[in-house]
Design a protein around this ligand. Structure first.
Ligand code: PGA
Length: 248
């Protein structure tokens, strides 16, 4: 299975900045190794630019969030159908910033996953514990509950999505999880997925995210349990993102 490397730009880059980044990245990247899939997640406002520039390239793109309705009176929201129309292959769902700053709960995340699967966009479900939960030995409990509720009713489609383990305390802090800790949680998630869908084909990649940098990407990627990386801060500069992609 190809490892998946994702650039989560969060609320960064204008259309002009997106254009220069993508032009520079495409030029520097040339072709992509067969063993890796690279996906850029710009803000909604830059998806059209991504569509334009990435056509025919080895890079894919997707959205950082969506709503779960197809259309209607939901001022300010964007539907999976609209993202499909823009050519998005992936969409991130349930990022900890959505959960903690915008009050997104597991039930809402479940609806978003269902809506994305319905239009054929591959979701990347984010899960992860807060520091006080880790310190109280609740990591497994928190992640199990996040995944059970998020996948409720769609256990049969688990091969059609990927999961990013992003410990909240590691995001944007410069303090990543150790490779051992990440492997331990990834193994736990894999076992849980086996239980939820014993007939699954194992196409769900478990990514690690949280303070991934060029200096630590390789140690995560070389592990069988790590299906890829979700990169925030270090994906905003072409050179550091390229170093991460090339570390495979
Ligand atoms: P970070 O963010 O790489 O800046 O820690 C990761 C994420 O939030 O997806």
């Amino acid at each position: 299975m190809k490892k998946l490397i994702c650039a989560n730009w969060k609320m960064n880059k204008t259309t002009g900045e997106t254009e220069s980044f993508l032009r520079e990245l495409l030029k520097a990247l040339g072709s992509l190794e067969n063993s890796v899939e690279v996906v850029i997640f710009p803000p909604f406002t830059s998806l059209c630019v991504a569509k334009e520039l990435l056509r025919g390239s080895p890079l894919k793109y997707g959205a950082q969030n969506c709503f779960y309705k197809e259309w209607g009176a939901y001022t300010g929201e964007i539907s999976p159908l609209m993202l499909k129309d823009l050519g998005c292959s992936y969409t991130i769902v349930g990022h900890s910033e959505r959960r903690n700053l915008f009050g997104e709960d597991d039930e809402t995340i479940n609806k978003k996953l269902k809506a994305l699967l319905k239009v054929g966009i591959r979701p990347i479900l984010c899960v992860g514990e807060k520091i006080e939960e880790r310190n109280a030995n609740l990591t497994h409990k928190v992640i199990e509950s996040q995944i059970r509720i998020a996948l409720s009713g769609i256990e049969g489609e688990v091969d059609e999505l990927d999961i990013a383990y992003e410990p909240v305390w590691a995001i944007g802090t410069g303090n990543p999880a150790t490779v051992e800790d990440a492997k331990e949680v990834h193994t736990f998630i894999n076992k849980l997925l086996d239980e939820l869908n014993p007939r699954r084909e194992g196409r769900t990649r478990i990514l690690y995210g949280g303070s991934v940098k060029p200096s630590n990407a390789k140690e995560f990627l070389k592990e069988r349990e790590v299906g890829g990386l979700l990169v925030g801060g270090a994906s905003l500069e072409v050179s550091s993102f390229l170093d991460i992609v090339n570390s495979l």
